[in-house]
Each structure stands twice: as structure tokens, then as C-alpha cells.
Design a protein around this ligand. Sequence first.
Ligand SMILES: Cc1ncc(COP(=O)(O)O)c(C=O)c1O
Length: 392
Amino acid sequence: MNDNNPVRTKERFLVFGAPRIEEPEVDEVIATLTSGWLGTGPKVARFENEFKAYKGAAHAVALNSCTAALHLSVLAAGLQPGDEVITTPMTFCATVNAIIHAGATPVLADIDPVTMNISPDAVLKKITSRTRAILPVHFAGRPCDMDALCGIAREHGLTIIEDCAHAIETEYRGRPAGTMGDFGCFSFYVTKNVVTGEGGMVITDNDEAAARIKVLALHGMTKDAWRRFSDEGYRHYQVVECGFKYNMMDLQAAIGIHQLRRIEPYWKRREEIWRRYGDALAGLPLKLPADPEPDTRHAYHLYTVLLDEDRAGMSRDQFLVAMTAQNIGIGVHYLSIPEHPYYQKTFAWMPEQYPAAMTVGRRTVSLPISPRLTDEDVADVIAAVRKILAVA
Ligand SMILES: Cc1ncc(COP(=O)(O)O)c(C=O)c1O
């Protein structure tokens, strides 16, 4: 409890990023549970087909996480040990870990301080004879400068793997996120714009890479090995690579297929919340997110504000504590990657080498922006922020 604010703004804790789950998902999950087939099967195939159609991609492979999607994309891109992948320091650790798991070497390029996306100029400076790929993250749902990044990739013969964990609805100059590079990787984790509990998807137009990702996702067993138990009769499979256990279950797809149908209304609701925050929080000691760039579509996955600690008279971490004391769940997206001891130890990265990401990471706070929020929840978030910053 915050001593200065003994009365909590909300009676019950508002969980950050709680998903909106409706009756069709519940019914489909129950139907799946009672069907006798919980594992990878027809519902996963349907989810893949519907996602593929939504994105206009040639292939979609459903997996159990975006981390798996990133890992398998790096492998399917044919990267070898020692090959370098340039990515952003303003991301979740999974982005960097996936590169490491695939045996490649991550290289960081700092962000643009306004968009918080990887800076194409910084990428150019990091290109060496070993660079093989760029892994941009559409941070918070705002598209990266893909014309510049695709231009660099073309010039240097690089693969682009888009981390679209925040970016299901994102578009850049008419092109959907995930279709501008060679691979697009999506997350359906509980806080994401479409949820399946845990879950992920790779989209690609590359037939060979898609087939290899399918095989690698299920132990390296030959395609559609899950069909071996179907009524078509037992089928022998062959292990053709040392793969992973990354497949999605029908139980997860049962949630996803209904969530997909509500992409637009949920996006509109988040846009509405984004605008309400923008109106209500202007003028406070906070730097609000920049407006979406022209000819782009922001996915409004995260609403991140930067605290002006001097004007607010408190540190970012004190602000986090105060929000929690008001029963409002908040997030931090993200402490920059080089703040973590593993990367400091392994790559000798220090936060100061990536000053824009370091500054954002040390001042940023994410306010809730889930479509589950009621108008009252949104008003409570605003009231808590104003109270803490002593402007209520
Ligand atoms: C930018 C980014 N990349 C990758 C991931 C990993 O996603 P998943 O939890 O589905 O593996 C996340 C998840 O939070 C993320 O935010």
C-alpha cells in the first residue's frame, strides 16, 4: 500500500494484459476436451489456414510459441554457427535467445528514440562480412522502417525475420507485418492481441522453408506425422532431422480460431483506449507514445509512457510500486537487453553502448490496454496515474 494514497483506486487488482475470452472459445475448448483428440490435428490445420488467409501468406505453421517460431526461422534460413543476426536491444529476451539457440551470433543495433524500433542507420553500422540476417521487432505494434530495412537486406543479401509478437494487425504502406521479410513470427501468449494460452505461428512464402519448419517442429519426423493415429490407418514416420517439440495442440487452436474472428473489434477497442489515454494523460510528466506514422497501421499492443523522473519527483520504479499499490497491474517493456547479466557476461554488452534503448528501458512503464478493459477500468488507470503524479 502506498502511504501517500491510502485509498486504492481499484477494489480488485487489475491484471496487466488479461485476455478477453468469450463463450465460443469456452465451448470449442470443451468440445475439444470431450472429442478425444487434444493434440495437433484438424483444428490446428484450420487455425493455420485462417491465419494464412488473414495475412495473405503462402504458408503458415502453428507452433507452441513465438520463441519456437523465431528459432525455427533462423534455422530454416540456413544460418550457421558464427553467422551474425542484427536485432534490437529493445525487445523481450526471447528474440535474442532464439538466435543463440539456433547457433548464430546476435548483434545489437540501437533504436530510434521516438519509434523505439531498430534504427536502419544503426543496422548499417553493424554489418560485417558475417552478417546473414536482420531480425526487426515491430515494437508495441508500430511497424519498423521496412523500406529502409528491406533495402539494406537486398543490398547485402540478408534474410529478414520479422518478430511480429506485438504486431498481428500491423501494416506498413499497405503491407501486413510478417509478409515484408522472409519469415514472420507471431505470438499468441496470454497477453497478446490474439491468444491461445501459449502459441505461435511462422508465415513465409518459401515452400522449402515452410516444409522444413513443419518437420523441425515435431522431432524431425516426416510431415504430418500426427496423422499416424487417424482413421486413415497407422502410418510409419521417419525421423529425417534432429528436431524439436514445438507443435501446437488442437486445444490451443480451439481458442485461436475464435479469437481470429475478433481481431478487428478488439483492435478498435484498443485504439479507443489508446486515444483516451492520450487525451487524459497529456500535460503530465510523462512522454506519451508518438502517433502512428502516416500510411501505417499500429497494432496498439502496448501503451508505453516514459516517466519524466525530475518533473514527477519520483523514480520509474517508485511509480511502478505506486501503481501496484493502487491495484493497477503495469508492465515494463523492456529493460534493454544489455541490462541483463547473461548478455553482459556472454557478449560483453553494456547498456551504455545502446543509449537510446537504455534510456527508454529505464524510464518506461506500460499501462494496460487489453480489449477486456471496461470504460471504468480505463478511467481507474487514468485516475491512478493522476493521483500518483499529484494532479488529480
Ligand atoms: C517481442 C517479443 N518477441 C518474442 C516473444 C516470445 O513470444 P512467446 O512467449 O510466444 O514465445 C515475445 C513475448 O512476449 C515478445 O514480446
